[in-house]
Design a binder for this molecule. Sequence first.
Ligand code: NAP
Length: 307
Amino acid sequence: MKLYDTVIIGGGGSGLTAALYASRARLSTLLLEKLTPGGQIALTDLVENYPGFPEGVLGPEISQRMEQQAKRYGTEIIYREAKSIVRKDKSFEINTAKESFEAKSIILASGASFRMLGAPGEKELTGRGVSYCATCDGAFFNNKEIVVVGGGDSAMQEGIFLTRFATKVTVIHRRDKLRASPILQERARQNPKIEFIWNTVIETIEGDKKVEGVVLKQAETGEKKKFKTDGVFVFIGHEPNSKFVKGFVDLNEQGYVKTDAHLQTSVAGVFAAGEIREGAVKQLVAACGEGCEAALAVQAYLEEHFG
Ligand code: NAP
C-alpha cells in the first residue's frame, strides 16, 4: 500500500486549498471525496463574498477551478467515502467501503451536511417536492408556489434565487427575527415575490406522490393550519460530517471536531479544517484559510516526526 505524506478527507473549499498547499510543498497528497469537488459551494448559485470577484463567481465554477489548481500540482483525487481511521504505529489507515489508504498525516475537511427538519413526510417526499438545494432543484418549480424554511443566510440567499422560478416564495421562520446578515435580509424583504410567516414551524409535510401542502404550527399559541404549497426548501443549518471519526478524535457535544490553535485534533498528526471544526466561521474564504493553515501544520509535523 502506498504511504502518502498526507490524506485529506473532503473536497470542499478547505480540503481543496489544503491539497493545493500540500502538493505545492511537494508532499504526496491524496484527497478523498465522496461526491463532487467543491462541497457546499458547488451547490451554491453565486458566491458574492469571495475576495477578488467583484461581480461574484458561480459556485460550481470556483469549485472546478480549485480542483484543477490542486491537481495541477500533483494532488491525487479519488472518489470514496472515508468510513473509519485506524492508528498504525507511526502512520494511519483510512478505510473506505472498497479499499484502504495509508498516510503519515491526515487533514479532516469533510465539512457538514444539511440539517433535516425531522417532520413527518419529509423523508418520504424528499426529491418529490422537498429539497435542500435550490441550485439543484429550483428549475423544477417554474411558475409554482414554494416555501423556504429557516431565517439564516442560506434561507435568504437561496430564497431569493428561487424567485427566478417560483411565482411566490413564503419564508417560514420559527422566530420573529432573522439570523441572516443585514444585506441579505434587505434584499429578501424588498423582493416582491417573497412573503414571511413568523413564529411558525412546519409540523407535517403532506402529499401523496408529491408535496401538496404543509401543516403549520404557530410557535406561541400552538394553533395549527394547513398551507398549500408545491415545494418545501429546507435551509436550517448543518450537521458536521464527523461520524466516521467518532471515538478516534475528540468531538464537542454537537459533533464538531475539537482542535488546538494549530488545527491539530486530539490525535497528533491528524488536523481539521473548515466546517467540520469546532469554532469555524463557515464562510468559503475562512474555510480556504483553514485549509492553508492545516497544510502548513502538516508540513511542520512531517518535518518533526519523519525528517
Ligand atoms: P444558520 O445560520 O445556522 O441558520 C439556520 C436557520 O434555521 C436559523 O434561522 C434557525 O433559527 C433555523 N433553524 C434551525 N433549526 C431549525 C429547526 N429545527 N426548525 C426550524 N428552523 C430551524 O444556517 P445557514 O443559514 O445554513 O448558514 C450556515 C453558515 O453559513 C452561517 O455561518 C452563514 O453565515 C453561512 N452562510 C453564508 C452565506 C453568505 O455569506 N452569503 C450564505 C449561506 C450561508 P434561529 O434563528 O431561531 O436559530
